[in-house]
Design a protein around this ligand. Sequence first.
Ligand code: ADP
Ligand code: ZN
Ligand code: ZN
Length: 736
Amino acid sequence: MSGELIDVLVPVPLLEKFTYKLPKEFQKKNLERGIRIKVPFRNRILVGIFWDYSDTSKNNIRSYKFIKEIIDESSLLDKKLLDLADWSSRYYHYPLGEVITYFFPPSLRKGKEAKFKESIVWQVTEKGDFVDLLNLSRAPNQRKGLELLREKGDLSQHSLKAYGVSTITLKNLHKKGLVKKLSLEQLPLSSHQKQNVKEKKLTSEQKVSVKRISESEGDNKIFLLDGVTGSGKTEVYLRCIKELVQKGKQALVLIPEIGLAPQAESRFKELFGLRVASFHSAKSDRERLDVWLGAEKGLYDIVIGTRSSVFIPMKNLGMIVVDEEHDTSFKQVERFRYSARDIALYRAKLYKVPILLASATPSVESMHNAIKGKYQLLTLKERATGADLPTFFPLNLKGKVLKEGFSEELLEEIEVELQKKNQVLIFLNRRGYASSLICKSCGWVSYCDRCDAHMTVHSNPSQLHCHHCENKKQLPTACPSCLEREFESFGLGTERVESYLRKKFENYPVYRIDSDTTRKKESFEDYLKIIEKGDPLILVGTQMLAKGHHFPNVTLVGILDADSGIFSADFRGSERVAQLITQVSGRAGREKKPGKVVLQTYCQEHPQMEELLKGNYRTFIKKIIEDRASSNTPPFSYQVKLQAESINGLLSRDFLSSCLDYINNSNLITKEIRSVGPMPSLMEKKAGVYRWEVNLFSSSRKPLHQLIDHLQAFLYQPKQTRRVRWSIDVDPISII
Ligand code: ADP
Ligand code: ZN
Ligand code: ZN
């Protein structure tokens, strides 16, 4: 088809596509859906996406603007990805013009050229393999370069540089015929695998899983790999991927957090060599572009990445893996509120490939689907290394005197483990020094003036910090209310625990790992290296430490406050606690030495706590599923949250009431749909605005989506955004 007018997706928060005129020279061409086009939009030039030819019967052709430039010859996204974008936009009720930007890396979004910078790889020649290194004793740099390549196998120019080997050194080695230069395309699979890696012998449970997954090649089966911590889930999907790669297919592996990327990447590289790439926000725009284009051209066999990687094009996709599928980081909680896990499920369906959801603590949703038979359940009950699962020891805190949150018993356990030269992990899911500052004489509390929340005390640098709005303040020298000067820090944070443990166990290093200490790009990796060395030490950390890491020498996990979450107002609270506690406990005793978990609690008799203390996640989650069924909450109903925020709570409330009036006037409200609210959100005031919400529940999806479609006509009227900001959250993950 061709024509004079075209419909373009423009990255603005509006539902419609925009119509533009094509200059004469382009009118004969057949433009392909998905190509990038520069268009004028409200005094700016934006990068849009060609979607379709417009209805030429539009009469006022003159009023349309000409496009500025066509960037791509052909679409960088294949037809299925374009369909995925369209589906995601409709499912999450978010404008397609914005959704489609997620499918491109930053530099392509800005309109840069889609040019792959050839990735150069260096390899030792036969001569280089046998030459006596002493011959190079007068050229230490060359010697180092050659040694590295011999030891590690092929290396990219990029990583050689990171090891301190310069391009000049490589050129000199090249002149001597000791190394040769290849491009990524030239590397056949067999040549870039490391020779010296011995394959592990799979356990019988692993074998069953690998077999079932491999049999489903080319078929859209969904697997839930429910394997206890350390059961070798990674090993299972590595094997399945290996079979695929040998057939020339690619795999996409989603992980919840950047922190997990280095470990995952190096494990994949051991098996697959250089055709493994990772994609996440710590990479530069240039690096991300290369990974993206490399995947699109089929030069990378495996792409490992965080949330947004679910949109990366793959020339020959053969399988998707979602590791730690229960992790809430897969859900984006602002703007385009998508779940990468759920989009991955739909992507696998479109591409007719198997998808593997892996976790030691599967989400309620996935477990429910497995029980229903919608997902194939694969179970690994034993740890792969033969190690036992850690033993749980509840520690009843009632009537006990604590020192900075520690019971005498826990402190003794720590001492014992350290003396045995083991590592200890102390878990507390609250960063900072203390949860709040209180005036000793009048009871003034450090509230945030922009949120319904306390400001946390931080000691380094010393300040008050609101974790909800990033508001920061100096610590007061005198009480703002009574001018007295004595304060008390209330509640525990990781900084406080760290400083106490430093004093208490002064002969051992204490490392705090939370988002404050790992802000720098490499710092988390540095910590991992220290931990891997295995020397006795204490780790203090938040949920960052709970995720997927393999710490061979940690034998004791201490959970300071197991109770938080059990009494949460969120119906998902207990699921989250169970996941966190099981995951963090799973860091203990992963290899030869047995692991022990000490849980400090005040509510040992609480039925949910009792269940948790047995250390059996599966029975716990089954109970939660029963609770959800009887309360008719997700996954037994579908939920959409409509939230409004404004400078005044009444405005937010009234806006939501008018939304409800609007839908009540349609005939779309059926018996299946239940609406709750308007009511203030759990934290009504946040970052200076007042948030209210309406939650819509329905026993089937379709009527709910129809209702939201209808409501959009109302929401997108320009007048609505003048006083309130609204958002639609499909399948929300929390009630805050
Ligand atoms: P998970 O992903 O379930 O946490 P991993 O795949 O990381 O487990 O495996 C945990 C540990 O067990 C790793 O050190 C891994 O190398 C080892 N491992 C995995 N499978 C086997 C096996 N079949 N035999 C021996 N060790 C194994
Ligand atoms: Zn005071
Ligand atoms: Zn705040």
